[in-house]
Design a protein around this ligand. Structure first.
Ligand SMILES: [Zn+2]
Length: 134
């Protein structure tokens, strides 16, 4: 036969160009989206501060920061309740949220950030805020 060497050389060349193509394609592929939550508009949010005070949450909401509620406290696996700007204004009018510490139940307020630098207040589980949460 005598062409064995040519075949293996061509296979090496193909696998090399496949590697190059893979490297070129990588930047255009979406970032792996783990540990965060997408809102209904497709904005992706990640937790940036594990815990913020109720008064800071109120300050953020007063300044127009979006608010969401993780009703079951799973971190967003089953989705957040997203509040409209009107509902957030209603929350602000009712004063600061109340973190209701109960045995065995999550009660926390965290701050999240989007890829484009916006912020989000997330009330986790047993948080009362106006008449919309908990
Ligand atoms: Zn959940």
């Amino acid at each position: 036969m005598g062409h064995t060497g040519d075949v293996s050389k061509r296979e090496r060349g193909q696998s090399f160009s496949e590697i190059v193509a893979g490297v070129r394609e990588r930047p255009s592929q979406p970032e792996p989206r783990t540990g965060g939550v997408a809102d209904p508009t497709g904005t992706y949010w990640r937790r940036s501060k594990a815990e913020i005070s109720p008064s800071h949450a109120l300050d953020l909401a007063s300044a127009g920061t979006a608010v969401a509620w993780d009703a079951c406290g799973c971190g967003g696996d089953c989705g957040f309740t997203w509040f409209t700007p009107d509902e957030v204004a209603h929350l602000v009018q009712s004063g600061p949220p109340v973190v209701r510490h109960k045995k065995g139940r999550l009660a926390n307020i965290s701050e999240w950030s989007s890829e484009d630098g916006r912020r989000l207040v997330v009330a986790e589980s047993e948080v009362r805020w106006g008449d919309l949460l908990a």
